[in-house]
Design a protein around this ligand. Structure first.
Ligand code: GLU
Length: 316
């Protein structure tokens, strides 16, 4: 058996991985959400956190960016906790679509079933499943869960929210398609609006590492020691991340890196090594699939350096 990397080794590897890719000039900010296109492309943060809260960090780790699709992980956690895995699987699903994250085609060919909670249709359906008497209550529950994972009350980036709400016609169309197939469980425009708000939550790379370390610790936040999700659901969340976390390039990611991960078009990327650590990276320029270029490079390098690939039997 390999021994786990020491904190010193993790700190050295984190600083080196940040240094190795900070001057890389590949990729482009998300442009379909106007406000995201204006975030400084040179921003780059990298944080590793262990389940007991030990920390390694480099670069821009304490300024906020939009969580975007990574929010889907935490709404999934909320619905699993409140309704259980069977309901989630029946109503949303647990398999890749093989198509882009906002595909209408994928929805139509599967009779309105979104197949998983990380494509936009599946994420809007997951929001609609949160038991609530009003949109405000639904939002409060989602916000409370994200904040429990982060260990602090997370802000909404109002400018991001306004920009997305003014340009989310495609997501509204997905919600109406779900509704017409009876695979949406609250009012379509309300579900889309709560979804848009959850995507506009501001997190730092440090927050994202705490959220990931909570998953790595089986659901207990390493800073607050509070439970954010039932332990039984963590493997299910990580399975979704393994299958669907990096849009339609997830298979390539697993082939090369071998870690459950979730990206967002704000430039965040979170990878989890169960029981051992979480790696959070943030940098706005994205590849053609919508995944942060620097974040992927940095996490891949840390995984190689520290022997983290879950499918490997020994570090190499
Ligand atoms: N709010 C964005 C959308 O719905 C999030 C997309 C993402 O990060 O994948 O298009």
């Amino acid at each position: 058996m390999d021994s786990a990397p020491t904190l010193d080794a993790i700190r050295t590897a984190t600083i080196e991985a940040h240094r190795a890719f900070q001057d890389l000039r590949e990729g482009q900010n998300a442009s379909y959400i106007p406000v995201l296109a204006r975030v400084k492309p040179e921003r780059f943060g990298l944080v590793v956190m262990t389940p007991d809260g030990q920390l390694a960090e480099a670069g821009d780790t304490r300024s906020e960016f939009a969580v975007e699709s990574i929010s889907k992980v935490f709404t999934l956690a909320r619905v699993l906790d409140e309704l259980g895995a069977r309901t989630l699987r029946q109503k949303v699903g647990d398999n890749p679509t093989g198509e882009s994250f906002s595909s209408v085609h994928a929805l139509v060919v599967h009779d309105g079933r979104p197949l998983n909670p990380f494509v936009n249709a599946g994420a809007i359906a997951t929001v609609s499943l949160v038991p609530a008497a009003s949109a405000a209550e639904r939002w409060e529950k989602i916000h409370a869960t994200m904040s429990a994972f982060a260990g602090r009350p997370l802000p909404v980036m109002e400018e991001v929210y306004r920009s997305e709400a003014a340009t989310n016609q495609h997501n509204r169309a997905l919600a109406w398609l779900l509704d017409s197939a009876h695979t949406l469980y609250s009012d379509p425009m309300e579900a889309t609006d709560v979804y848009t708000r959850q995507c506009s939550v501001g997190i730092t790379t440090h927050d994202l590492a705490v959220m990931g370390a909570t998953l790595a610790a089986g659901g207990i936040n390493p800073l607050t020691r509070q439970r954010a999700v039932k332990a039984a659901h963590v493997p299910r969340i990580l399975a979704e991340m393994t299958m669907n976390g990096l849009y339609d390039n997830t298979g390539t990611w697993q082939y090369e890196v071998g870690l459950p991960a979730k990206s967002g078009v704000g430039g965040g990327l979170l990878a989890v090594v169960p029981g051992r650590l979480a790696i959070a990276a943030f940098s706005p320029p994205l590849d053609r699939f919508g995944n942060s270029v620097r974040a992927q490079h940095a996490i891949r390098r840390l995984s190689d350096e520290l022997g983290l690939n879950l499918f490997a039997t020994a570090s190499h």
